[in-house]
Design a protein around this ligand. Structure first.
Ligand SMILES: [Mn+2]
Length: 357
């Protein structure tokens, strides 16, 4: 009965909307591009991030007879109305919606998408990365899509087993931070990568024999970025604050600009990186990074703490092994550390008691 109001016209093009932030988002878009090609559909790509849904989904309202595939984006509940309005409009003009994701969804967001007309598809599964879900749903027998999914899994789950996947993660960071600094268009800057990935998989951008990008300028930029990143992370470590709370070692660090929280989290979880002025530091049970804007990142060096529970004390959440929260804008880092330590000492819920393991 719902279909009655939707004009029946053949889908002629595909709009991919994916996450601009990481390899999972890009590889998902690349798989969607392969799907579009396999179906002979025209392809447009939009990349967005939380905070950008309003813009993205209001422009979607102009689409006609388009298959709209959203990947690697959870619903931003604060933008839910704008998303539903944009998609409803598009659907009334003959579009269909497929949404493939692995983030946390509220019941309300799920209901809103599923109650759209023209048989929307919504698949959310936190056990996989988005590219894996996209591969399974759209191109299950396609080998290049399978490889793109494997590469995305390696970076999204921070396994760091595929050199090319790590390099690609750094390449995305280089391009992102580069366009933020120069105010260039991020989508235009990332599009060549997505196209090459869609064409040949990782081999489209990366030479695995000599461990370099085919694009020699990109390769140089990534090398430089890695060197700078290491310097900045070492410097941040020197300025760390440690405190023992409920018999757990809590470490707070100031997040350098131009470094991702994943890189910082991985860096400080490896004891090989923790020699400061000739002293060997212990790996922290809970490490908290504070960004210049006052956002908090939670990682753990041992399975002795719950990052998501700690993050909840700071209006955030996430996984037991990685989470995010908020402190707010600050000027005095030492005061931030003291505040964090006081808050953590008031609750013991984030500590995994030895006898409960
Ligand atoms: Mn993802």
């Amino acid at each position: 009965m719902a279909e009655k109001s939707v004009p029946k016209k053949k889908i002629g093009s595909l709009l991919s909307i994916s996450h601009d932030k990481d390899v999972d988002g890009l590889n998902s878009a690349a798989i969607v591009l392969r799907y579009a090609k396999s179906k002979g559909l025209g392809f447009d790509m939009d990349l967005t991030d939380y905070g950008g849904f309003q813009r993205t989904f209001s422009s979607v309202a102009a689409r006609k007879n388009t298959l709209i595939i959203v990947t690697d984006l959870g619903m931003d509940d604060s933008a839910l109305e704008a998303v539903v309005a944009g998609l409803s409009r598009a659907i009334s003009q003959g579009c269909r919606v497929v949404w493939l994701d692995h983030h946390q969804w509220s019941d309300r967001a799920v209901r809103s998408i599923l109650s759209l007309e023209n048989k929307p598809v919504l698949k959310v599964n936190p056990e996989y990365c988005a590219a894996e879900i996209t591969h399974k749903v759209l191109m299950p027998r396609d080998e290049i899509s399978a490889e793109l999914a494997t590469v995305a899994h390696d970076t999204d789950f921070n396994l760091r087993q595929i050199d090319g996947a790590r390099a690609l993660t750094d390449a995305v960071s280089v391009i992102r931070f580069g366009t933020i600094a120069s105010k260039e268009d991020l989508i235009a800057a990332l599009r060549p990568l997505v196209e090459k990935l869609a064409e040949k998989g990782l081999a489209g951008v990366w030479n695995n024999q000599n461990k370099r990008f085919h694009d020699s300028l990109l390769d140089k930029r990534v090398h430089h970025y890695r060197k700078e990143k290491l310097k900045k992370m070492r410097k941040a470590l020197i300025g760390h604050c440690d405190q023992e709370i409920h018999e757990k070692l809590v470490r707070v660090l100031e997040m350098p600009s131009g470094v991702t929280t994943t890189d910082m989290g991985t860096f400080i979880a490896d004891s090989e990186n923790l020699t400061v002025d000739g002293n060997q530091l212990k790996v922290a049970d809970l490490a908290i990074t504070v960004s210049s804007g006052g956002m908090l990142g939670f990682r753990r060096g041992q399975e002795t703490t719950l990052c998501n529970v700690a993050a909840k004390l700071f209006n955030g959440g996430g996984h037991p092994y990685a989470a995010g929260g908020e402190y707010g804008v600050y000027t005095d880092f030492q005061a931030v550390c003291d505040d964090i330590f006081v808050t953590l000492s008031k609750s013991k819920d984030w500590v995994i008691e030895a006898d409960s393991v």
